[in-house]
Design a protein around this ligand. Structure first.
Ligand code: ITT
Length: 203
């Protein structure tokens, strides 16, 4: 059995594989690199759930296989929930290597919080994960991961805003944690595990 993970972010595929294996599910996970002709779906919705569904529907239709997509981002309390669904595009830089784009996004958030004291630096990562089956059946779940933002980047693991995000009850940033430690508590870990339970129930 095969599941297509509708992502071009190479970090998400091993994450999903590990979570399905932990749930005891014998399902092969392939990313979009296996489907170079899959449509590039613009994230035109203004909710994580809407965008995750757009991506999963397009890939399920293209491949004829069950598809999962996630849309995720960082909601910063002091910025009224921004960048939110705009997290990947916050600095307005496109067509760059993901690492450069991510660094520019993170720098902009740090600049915007330059005058914000520690007690008001709360934020949360949110992930919506959508499962779309060839039968047309759809299931969407959301995971939320609370924390605070540092004043400077720390750590080299993960991606995106990980170097400035410290989970509640932690002192390290998620970029200073191992992938397994982060997945056990992260927004995407929560959402992917909920979808794994759904797949398990489907048999
Ligand atoms: P796909 O759309 O191809 O899956 P993407 O990385 O662009 O890849 P999103 O559209 O979901 O994924 O964008 C989410 C952005 O939010 C991502 O670029 C990061 O900046 C940020 N983000 C989401 N989850 C994160 C995490 O676990 N750690 C750090 N940053 C994260």
């Amino acid at each position: 059995r095969t599941l297509v993970l509708a992502t071009r972010n190479a970090k998400k595929v091993p994450e999903m594989r590990a979570i399905l294996a932990e749930a005891g599910l014998d399902i092969e996970v392939v990313g979009l690199d296996a489907y170079p002709d899959a449509p590039d779906v613009a994230e035109t919705e203004n909710t994580f759930t809407g965008n995750a569904l757009l991506k999963a529907r397009a890939v399920a239709a293209h491949t004829g296989l069950p598809a999962v997509a996630d849309d995720s981002g960082l909601r910063v309390d002091e910025l009224n929930g921004m960048p939110g669904v705009l997290s990947a595009r916050w600095s307005g830089r496109f067509g760059e290597a993901a690492g450069d784009r991510d660094a520019a996004n993170l720098d902009l958030v740090l600049d915007q919080l330059a005058d914000t004291p520690e007690e008001r630096r709360g934020a949360e990562f949110v992930a919506a994960a959508a499962l779309v089956l060839p039968t047309g059946r759809e299931h969407v779940v959301e995971g939320v991961f609370r924390g605070t933002l540092t004043t400077g980047p720390r750590g080299g693991n993960g991606f995106g805003y990980d170097p400035i995000f410290v989970p509640e009850g932690e002192t390290r940033t998620t970029a200073e944690m191992s992938a397994a430690e982060k997945n056990a508590i992260s927004h995407r870990g929560i959402a992917f595990r909920a979808l794994a339970r759904e797949l398990l129930a489907l048999g």
